[in-house]
Design a protein around this ligand. Sequence first.
Ligand code: FES
Ligand SMILES: [Fe+2]
Length: 385
Amino acid sequence: MADHNALKQTEDGLDVAAYVDADHYETEIQRIWARNWTYVCHVSALEGPLSYQALTVGRANLLVLRDAAGTLRAYHNACRHRGSLLVTEPEGRLSARLLVCPYHQWAYAPDDGRLVKTSSSVRTDDFNLDDFPLIPAGLQVWRGHVFVHPDANASWDSAQLFQRAADGLANFPLEDMQVAHTWRKELACNWKTFWENFNECLHCPNVHPELSDLVPLYKRRIVNRMDVPDWQTHEGSEDPSYRGGLREGAETWSTDGSAQGHVIASLSAEDLARGQLYASAWPSVFMGGYGDHVRVVRVLPLGVNRIELRAEWLFERNVLEDPGYDMSNVVEFACLVMEQDGAICEVNQKGLEGAPFEKTVLMPEEYLIKTFHDWVRSQLAEGTP
Ligand code: FES
Ligand SMILES: [Fe+2]
């Protein structure tokens, strides 16, 4: 029997406590979220001087901005006076050339974080502006995608960033694409529940009837033609239920399957035959490449049973300049799928919160969840920093 992807035996899932226990959540924040690079946004979402993005990663409030010269900078979003947030919106543009705290108006220079002035009229001899700069955070850009780390000295290895390799996205012009739509939603589920859902298609026929029509393989509850032991029986089949890819005639993940004349020219025939290509950088982001666009989905934990999801849709600039291109064709389709997933993740979480047993179980098709669980376990095992 040819090798296949499915698990050769069932496997224990994570303990139920991992989804519902507040102490376990704190441990994950310290050992996973505080020690990994977190995705911020595509560079085009930080357009122009003084634009910023702010996010909370566990206990760290982080801020990425473009200084007046256009250089990206990252700091902790914490005023050195009495600790207030410096910006309160998730994205925006600084209204002045200095970063001014909303509480008592201490003002910092965006380019190096130095404290430029306080609002006190009395100066004591002991106080020195140089002693209170913003705390820098780590900042890296991978192919147009901005990542932050609470530790400014954290090591960066783009080859280690993706647990699900980004090679599949090699032919997408990621650096030159443009964010044209953003969607945010909070969900009542644990962050791992989200990743588990993303990593299997056992749920696809029932939860995603429209998507399963577009990607016939998903009707078989698998994500790759090699997920079943007898996959070789169908080798060479042109039926998308067996070879994978989109239904006959479809070009991209959209409501009608059409790319409206804008299939990305740099994609290979093989890329297009796949229909969807993914890269995941746990714990915070996956990137999905489709015929005419890329969708980047970020998850952030807000609590043991709460997450914030944000999706960005990237297009080539010529698509956005075409008044005939209707973006809602791809946006509405993905929102439908993400709403369906969100709803079932909340159902999953509710069940976990009252589950009268300690462990869940993984079935053969859930081999990617096994990889994810092994990654989570290894991260937790590495101990506190
Ligand atoms: S806390 Fe920022 S100026 Fe006081
Ligand atoms: Fe799904």
